[in-house]
Ligand binder design. Structure first.
Ligand code: NAP
Length: 506
């Protein structure tokens, strides 16, 4: 609540943000621009400092110039950046050497006092995951946690490689930080329209009564990319689409779509409902894996009009690689609300369109009064456009203009950008803001991470043990292997084409 005579930022907690990996891609492309946006929108208490660390030797001035360059590139021409970047400091530090953390402690203690921060500390691990445990431990051992304010640890994905490694990592971190102090980033949870799933469901009388197996026939969640693996071949070879996308982002979207209304809109209540969904996922094992999950790997093809190479020809990729770049799956949620309703998910690289969309397909009405016998009415669809477009489309049937009582499909559209001309805040900006305020709702709790891995592990293991002989099995620029279509076809459904559903095509 804004009190009289104060600005918004004065009511927000002061904070000292330490970024490990401050010379890396994530810090430059996402974190610095996000911190700047918060600053510019008066959503960052002016009592703040940012300390960047990485191994390379940089002066504070060189680091400040790097921050400035990042903002000019990712935000645009901005004036008066000098005051902002004056809050940025740099310390060369190799995180594998615990003793070097004492220098960091000295610096952050000084800055804490200089900016009167009051001991509020955020440690952001924008580094490779093998360092997470070590950094957590060193922060603890060298007393970097403050005794006077809050201490929060932000961790990037991937959180483990399977349940066992995630648990080991979690146990490691928990020696230094309590669960309430750990903010596990799943940047999909920071996306405007992912957050909108809850509002659409729980603020509309017309949807919530229909949101169950009596009225919904199936739900489809697609997250497709046109890009290939780019320069991330080394990481991706050890991960694949199942671990990179399904374990976290896709399952989080399914949980939000399927959860019961929380009794209150607070972190614990929402998380507890999401956890119940993940617990109700029907485990997939043995022969069911092949029936319910399809993997793909892209071959050479044409992407957005340009010829592109096969995954196996990408840099840092094994020419005989069996890593999947595409996954389609059918998930069943064994509870009263969702019994019998398939949730289909698909995600992949080098697909036709860059698009994340959710399609809720409603059951057909009992009888078709308005079309010739051989024709069928289009089902009602609710489409939630997550990215790059943000909006909602409701597909209905209405009277075709003219003399006869024929039905024709129509679409009701809401587009975030087209109505307000507003640019929704970037996911990282929102998540940083949440963390500053101590709101962990849009971060993954350990229980969610553990349950997701438990669901994914048998599939990942089976795919490691049995290679897919048909790889590569889809052309770059297509929508994945034919088997992904059969997955729905055998249930009498089909994927709704992502391009046809675009807001501008409506
Ligand atoms: P990156 O570009 O490779 O950056 C790694 C950073 O770590 C650099 O600043 C590097 O600087 C520093 N570093 C490496 N070894 C170090 C050591 N021993 N001691 C101290 N610093 C060290 O990686 P990134 O793409 O930014 O990714 C960072 C994390 O975010 C990863 O966990 C990644 O999975 C996750 N992530 C990234 C993105 C993205 O868009 N980039 C998206 C989602 C998640 P020096 O070489 O100077 O030490």
């Amino acid at each position: 609540m804004k009190s009289e005579g104060t600005t918004l930022s004065e009511n927000l907690p002061s904070a000292l943000i330490t970024i490990f990996g401050a010379t890396g891609d994530l810090a430059n492309r996402k974190l610095f621009p996000s911190i700047y946006h918060l600053y510019k929108k008066d959503r960052l208490n002016r009592k703040f400092a940012v300390v960047g660390t990485a191994r390379r030797e940089l002066s504070a001035e060189a680091f400040q110039n790097q921050v400035k360059a990042s903002i000019l590139e990712h935000v645009g021409p901005e004036e008066q950046l000098d005051e902002f970047i004056s809050h940025f400091y740099y310390l060369p530090l190799d995180v594998s050497n615990v003793n070097e953390f004492s220098k960091l402690k000295t610096l952050i203690d000084q800055l804490d006092e200089h900016y009167q921060i009051g001991g509020n500390r955020i440690f952001y691990l924008a580094m490779a995951p093998q360092f997470f445990g070590t950094i957590g431990e060193s922060i603890y051992q060298q007393n970097l946690k403050s005794q006077t304010g809050f201490n929060r640890l932000i961790i990037e994905k991937p959180f483990g490689h399977d349940f066992a490694s995630a648990k080991e990592l979690n146990d490691h971190i928990r020696q230094a930080f309590d669960e309430e102090e750990i903010y596990r980033i799943d940047h999909y949870l920071g996306k405007e329209m992912v957050q909108n799933i809850e509002v659409i469901r729980f603020a509309n009388a017309i949807f919530e009564p229909l949101w169950n197996n009596r009225f919904i026939s199936n739900i489809q969640v697609t997250s497709s990319e046109t890009l290939g693996v780019e320069d991330r071949g080394r990481y991706y070879e050890g991960s694949g689409a199942l671990r990179d996308m399904v374990q976290n982002h896709m399952l989080q979207m399914v949980a939000l779509l399927a959860m019961e209304p929380p009794i209150r809109l607070n972190t614990n209540e929402i998380r507890s409902e999401k956890v119940k969904v993940l617990r109700a996922l029907r485990p997939i094992a043995g022969e069911e894996i092949e029936k319910s999950f399809i993997r793909g790997q892209y071959d050479a093809g044409i992407s957005k009009g340009n010829p592109v190479v096969a995954y196996r020809e990408e840099d840092h990729v094994d020419p005989h690689s069996h890593t999947e770049t595409f996954v389609a799956g059918k998930l069943m949620i064994d509870n009263f609300r969702w019994a019998g309703v398939p949730f289909y998910i698909r995600t992949g690289k080098r697909l036709t369109e860059k698009s994340t969309k959710i399609v809720i397909q409603f059951k057909d009405i009992p009888m078709n009064l308005y079309m010739k016998t051989e024709e069928t009415l289009n089902p009602n669809l609710l489409v939630i456009h997550i990215q790059p477009e943000e909006g909602i489309t409701l597909h209905l049937n209405a009277k075709k203009a003219g003399q006869f009582m024929d039905a024709t499909p129509i679409k009701l559209n809401f587009s975030n950008k087209s109505t307000d001309g507003m640019n929704t805040p970037e996911a990282y900006e929102k998540l940083l803001f949440d963390c500053l305020r101590g709101d962990a709702t849009n971060f993954a709790h350990w229980d969610e991470v553990a349950l997701s891995w438990t669901y994914i592990d048998p599939i990942a293991k089976a795919w490691e043990e049995t290679k897919e002989p048909s790889f590569p099995n889809y052309k770059a620029g297509s929508m994945g292997p034919a088997k992904a279509d059969e997955l729905l076809g055998k249930d009498g459904f089909h994927w709704w084409p992502v391009t046809d559903l675009d807001v501008e095509n409506c």
